[in-house]
Write a protein that binds this ligand. Structure first.
Ligand code: AMP
Length: 215
């Protein structure tokens, strides 16, 4: 059983590390952002509601997010562990998660707090391109696809996420600092947090993370 949380500002590389962690430890990757984006694509009521907040870089209200995240954790594939990415994002969400885990006889093993400075976050997010079909991520200068605008993996079209525009990115980072940063303190007090330098390069970051998990 391995119960993990990836914490860190947008653009810190949580999604990229999650793909590798999921494979290495065979635990499901649960991204509330991905759940919302899937609902937006399908045009569900939840998607329509979430989109209003996401497009502005604001958080979707706690009463919407908490139920979705906790019911996902009740699914059978989470019995052997889970990797939460983008949840919790407020102290209230974290408290509800703690109560839920205690009720279901589970505990957090580690919160990985990935840090990257603001200029680098803006650079990463505003240059990020995502495949419309398979979700693979590229960067216009840092990790360009072989053919402009086309996914190397599946040939799908590469798009910019609506919330990766420069002005929305700045707001998302401010929202993170204001609403999510207090979680660092919350998990510090619980003694379950590890701080990771997210600027160290993809493989180095991954190796730091696995060292912390296996310590
Ligand atoms: P992400 O893909 O994690 O960057 O999430 C994209 C957007 O989805 C965020 O900017 C929020 O608007 C929304 N979102 C995702 N997870 C949460 C959460 N735990 N609480 C509130 N809003 C969330």
């Amino acid at each position: 059983m391995l119960n993990l949380i990836l914490l860190g500002p947008p653009g810190a590389g949580k999604g990229t590390q999650a793909v590798k962690l999921k494979e290495k430890y065979s635990i499901p990757h649960i991204s509330t952002g991905d759940i919302f984006r899937k609902n937006i694509k399908e045009g569900t009521e939840l998607g329509i509601k979430a989109k209003m907040y996401m497009d502005k870089g604001e958080l979707v209200p706690d009463d919407v997010v908490i139920g979705i995240a906790l019911s996902r954790l009740c699914e059978s594939d989470c019995e052997g562990g889970f990797l939460l990415d983008g949840f919790p994002r407020t102290v209230h969400q974290a408290e509800e998660l703690s109560a839920f885990l205690a009720d279901s006889g589970r505990a957090l093993d580690l919160v990985l707090d990935i840090n990257v400075d603001k200029d680098e976050l803006v650079r990463r997010l505003s240059g990020r391109r995502v495949c419309k079909l398979c979700g693979a991520t590229f960067h216009v200068t840092g990790m360009p696809p072989q053919k402009d605008g086309i996914c190397d993996k599946c040939g799908g079209e590469l798009l910019q996420r609506a919330d990766d525009s420069e002005e929305t990115v700045t707001n998302r980072i401010e929202v993170y600092n204001r609403q999510t940063m207090p979680l660092v303190d919350y998990y510090e007090k619980m003694g379950v947090i590890a701080h990771i330098d997210g600027a160290a390069g993809l493989e180095n970051v991954f190796s730091e993370i696995t060292k912390s998990i296996e310590a």
